[in-house]
Write a protein that binds this ligand. Structure first.
Ligand code: BJW
Length: 231
């Protein structure tokens, strides 16, 4: 039975009211990423970085999963083969839609990480820069988020799944951030059928065999219905 790998980006959560990064009105139009999403930025100004992620954590907690998140959870439940969901998103809308196994390659807003010893624990709604690590006591608490220059999580697992998949779908991602953007090339090299679902053409549209253009809340349920209908 066919193995499906799905890569999601900020566009899948846009219709739940969460900002994307690079669209007009996106986060990087309002903030400088060098001030917020690098380890150097955190070392320079932890108060600013915590403030940014505390606000994003609050927005994500208030958001609800949309029809696209629900459709992917249905695919995981009803597809007779393997479905691997890799998300670049740090929100938990896939899980709250009922998706059971989600690989968060850029971390999660619901996690806290000790920059001193690497311990992880559930994030409080408001994370404070001087909060002590429950393991080592250091005041080095940071959001469990993968910033620029850091290694995304679970890369071995991700590359193994992508290298063996029959269908590779990317949903709502601009294809501008690596290594996520390079996964379609690996899927193509493995002989997978690749499909891009996006509001508009992305940097990497030319790499996909099939393209479905439109809002994720329409294209994703249609795509899932098509897959489940012809299994
Ligand atoms: C809709 C829609 C709707 C809207 N329906 N669609 C050159 C080559 C290779 C790498 C590099 C390079 N130069 C620099 C690098 C490294 C760097 C990088 O890629 N930089 C680029 C800017 C060039 N990458 C890294 O540093 C990564 N680490 C790394 O490379 O380690 C070394 C390594 C080497 C080899 C193997 C493995 C590792 C780490 C990247 C960390 C990214 N972190 C961020 C922020 C933290 C998380 C957070 O705060 O949330 O992650 S950046 C930000 O971008 C966030 C996102 O996950 C990520 C991707 O954004 P995404 O999801 O694509 O969002 P947008 O806004 O860009 O696009 C939205 C899309 O949705 C658009 O296309 C819309 O059209 C669409 N859309 N509404 C459907 N309703």
């Amino acid at each position: 039975m066919k193995r499906i790998v799905i890569l999601t980006g900020a566009g899948i959560s846009a219709e739940s009211g969460l900002s994307t990064f690079r669209d007009s009105g996106g986060l990087w139009e309002r903030y400088r990423l060098e001030d917020l999403a690098t380890p150097e930025a955190f070392a320079r100004n932890p108060v600013l970085v915590h403030g940014f992620y505390n606000a994003r954590r609050k927005a994500a907690a208030a958001a609800q999963p949309n029809a696209a998140h629900h459709a992917l959870a249905r695919l995981e439940r009803d597809w007779p083969g393997e479905v691997t969901l890799i998300t670049q998103n740090v929100d938990d809308l896939h899980e709250r839609a009922g998706h059971r196994r989600v690989i968060h390659m850029h971390g999660t807003l619901t996690g806290a990480l000790c920059a001193a010893c690497g311990a992880r624990w559930p994030a409080p709604p408001e994370m404070q820069p001087d909060a002590a690590c429950p393991e080592c006591g250091a005041a080095a608490t940071r959001p469990d988020i993968v910033w620029f220059g850091e290694m995304p999580y679970d890369m071995d697992l991700i590359e193994r799944h992508v290298g063996q998949c029959d269908i590779f779908a990317s949903i709502g991602t601009s294809g501008q951030v690596y290594p996520a953007a390079g996964l379609v090339l690996q899927a193509n090299a493995a002989g997978a059928h690749s499909v891009e679902l996006n509001l508009e053409a992305s940097e990497l549209s030319g790499m996909y065999e099939e393209r479905l253009e439109g809002p994720a809340t329409r294209t994703v349920p249609d795509w899932v219905d098509g897959l489940l209908g012809r299994r």
